[in-house]
Ligand binder design. Structure first.
Ligand SMILES: [Zn+2]
Length: 421
């Protein structure tokens, strides 16, 4: 082993020097216990004042980055100090969080790894227990979340996410300008939405909101109306179009039961094809649809009417939207398509939230991709009971703060590493 000076240099913890290195075994992978001592007077963990009045010491250990294949434990006699201002306090440890069992630089590595692999894999990779890895990850994410600037988005999203078994839901609050999750609550009640809008947003953030994108779920509308009176509701395009697809599906079902052998032969197994948008259907599938439409005019009419609804979001003025919908309803007359008429009534009742898009062009694509990311994280984290942790993971996944090798380096080499926290 090199000189202690070399070891101090390799360890690279400012203010600390290596006094002794023990091996826990003789193999190429056995653990090293690196004993360190402080070079200067220690600082009080309460006020940061330096003092040399030591009351007692106690041995503490932290897991650290490995030396080649050897896992490393840093050993230090932590002091309890008599501080003039705070009384008896432990000394501040610059290289680790308070009460943590790993150094801050190892915490960064574990926390990063946990964002792309299961916690159990990260734990094995870094020679720590599962619990240590999980706590390191939580501290890593919390530190990241605290340090980033707070945004004031103009447009918010309020959405329900299905949790799986039974009728269980999460309500998710998101920033649909930047595509980031902001808050999470269980259930999809008015109380959950109200809590999100009051507890997870500051007064400044609330004041900056001009529009909230949501579905037509009544409790959400009530909560937004009560808590963000100046914000307008914009109905999520995909939710509206889902209703249109449901109406089209109903037409298909009825036609299928009413019609004779020809329709049955053509219509069997076409449900998913029929529900797809025309622009996404290609080649032979298009021809299949065309044959189907040739066999049944009513189905064709319903399909065209659904396709036309896309144009509800192409107008730039509210009267334009209203005119279009009135025209759409006129085209429906004499068609004997009661399902589509019901859809028309529904759209008419919600026209305000649809037309609000003219003044508040919410990015529906962002809303949609947020939902996809959230579902992927939930699926990977199935069974996760820890709600704050789940929220942090969602924030990380949707904000994806690492987009380049430079970002990655920033997370691994924390600057400043020895902050005052
Ligand atoms: Zn103090």
């Amino acid at each position: 082993m090199g000189s202690r000076r070399d070891c101090t240099w390799i360890l690279g913890l400012p203010d600390f020097r290596v006094t002794l290195i023990e091996r826990e075994g003789e193999t190429a992978q056995s653990r090293l216990r690196v004993h360190v001592a402080r070079r200067r007077r220690s600082a009080c963990s309460g006020c940061g004042r330096r003092t040399s009045r030591v009351r007692s010491t106690r041995e503490r250990t932290w897991d650290d980055l490995p030396w080649a294949a050897h896992p490393v434990t840093v050993v230090y006699q932590q002091r309890r100090l008599r501080c003039r201002r705070c009384g008896i306090r432990t000394e501040r440890i610059e290289f680790a969080d308070a009460k943590a069992r790993v150094t801050r630089r190892l915490r960064q590595q574990i926390g990063l790894d946990c964002q792309s692999m299961p916690t159990s894999h990260a734990a094995v990779r870094h020679h720590v227990s599962w619990g240590k890895a999980r706590r390191a990850e939580a501290a890593f994410l919390a530190a990241w979340d605290e340090a980033r600037p707070q945004r004031q988005p103009r447009h918010l999203g309020l959405d329900e996410i299905h949790r799986g078994k039974g009728q269980q839901f999460w309500t998710v609050l998101s920033d649909v300008v930047h595509g980031e999750v902001m808050g999470l609550r269980q259930d999809r009640t008015e109380a959950a939405a109200t809590a999100l809008l009051t507890e997870d947003l500051t007064g400044r953030q609330r004041a900056a909101v001009t529009a909230v994108c949501t579905d037509m779920h009544r409790p959400y509308l009530n909560a937004v109306g009560a808590r963000l009176p100046q914000a307008e509701i914009v109905f999520d395009k995909f939710h509206v179009l889902q209703h249109a697809s449901a109406a089209l599906d109903e037409v298909r079902r009825q036609e299928f039961f009413r019609a004779g052998a020809v329709m049955r032969a053509h219509g069997r197994g076409k449900r998913w094809l029929l529900l797809r948008r025309w622009k996404t259907v290609r080649g032979s599938k298009r021809r299949e649809l065309e044959t189907l439409f040739a066999a049944n005019r009513r189905l064709f009419k319903a399909y065209v009417l659904r396709e036309q609804l896309d144009r509800l979001w192409m107008y730039t003025t509210r009267p334009g939207v209203l005119d279009f919908l009135l025209g759409w309803l006129r085209a429906l007359r004499w068609q004997r398509l009661p399902e589509m008429e019901r859809l028309g009534d529904f759209l008419f009742r919600h026209i305000e939230g649809i037309a609000a898009y003219c003044d508040h062009p919410v990015r529906f694509g962002v809303v949609e991709s947020l939902n996809t990311t959230i579902k992927a994280v939930l699926r990977r984290a199935r069974g996760m009971r820890d709600e704050p942790m789940l929220l942090l993971k969602l924030k990380w996944a949707t904000a994806h703060p690492i987009r380049s090798s430079r970002d990655l380096a920033r997370f691994l080499n924390l600057q400043p590493l020895y902050s005052n926290r």
